[in-house]
Design a protein around this ligand. Structure first.
Ligand code: SAH
Length: 211
């Protein structure tokens, strides 16, 4: 099957899975996922499944990327914090829909490869750094939106603190290999409103930076 046909099939699968916002579907359609996966998996880049990206990590399934992005309800004024850069694919999608994206990754090799991709693809509104994303990015806070792409055991307080009033945090919470729930947390003037979205399966959010 040629790449364009695979891509059309993927977009149909995302629609069926509940990704209905046109701007999110367009961002996925126009972001070359094959640039974010290892050479060996290029053929599978438009399959609706996670793929290995090295260092024991995975690029998320496109449907999950779509649902998480949609849950953030982004617009071009948003300043976004992303935890878990990985391949940089989700970052690239966010960068299309938001004003600026700050992304934190704890594994150096993944950070380096992702930063090279942003350069090569001319993605200029992303600032990436190596760090423990569980601590957020206090120097740049507050954020309009925060997305975590690894599963936390418990809700990280630092991320809640760095959310602007009116903003939202989308985060998977639950033990590795166990049931994880994707949550959408909205910060209001009075506190936080929590809404469970769906069951998910993510690699764990690990404390500290690697190596
Ligand atoms: N969004 C990525 C997929 C990420 S997989 C993509 O589109 O490719 C989860 C990523 O979170 C991994 O790269 C992992 O190294 C990273 N991670 C785990 N714990 C972290 C932490 N505390 N701080 C920053 N990154 C973390």
């Amino acid at each position: 099957m040629i790449a364009e046909t695979r891509k059309i099939r993927l977009i149909m699968e995302l629609r069926q899975g509940g990704v209905t916002q046109t701007d999110v579907l367009t961002a996925i359609e126009t972001t070359p996922r094959e640039e974010f996966v290892p050479e060996l998996f290029r053929e599978s880049a438009y399959d609706n499944r996670p793929l290995p990206i090295g260092s024991d990590q995975t690029i998320s399934q496109p449907l999950i990327v779509g649902l998480m992005t949609q849950a953030l309800a982004l617009d071009k004024r948003c300043k976004v914090l992303e935890i878990g850069t990985g391949s940089g694919y989700q970052t690239a999608i966010l960068a299309r829909l938001a004003r600026r994206v700050y992304s934190v990754e704890r594994i150096r090799d993944l950070y380096v490869a992702a930063a090279q991709r942003f350069d090569r693809l001319g993605i200029a509104n992303v600032t990436a750094q190596i760090g423990d994303g569980g601590l957020g990015w206090p120097e740049q806070a507050p954020f309009d939106r925060i997305l975590v792409t690894a599963a936390a055991d418990t809700m990280p307080q630092a991320l809640l603190d760095q959310l602007r009033v009116g903003g939202c945090l989308v985060i998977p919470v639950g033990a590795e290999g166990g049931t994880q729930t994707l949550w959408r947390i909205v910060r209001t003037a009075e506190g936080f409103e929590e809404e469970p979205l769906t069951s998910v399966r993510f690699v764990p959010l690990v404390s500290g930076i690697a190596g």
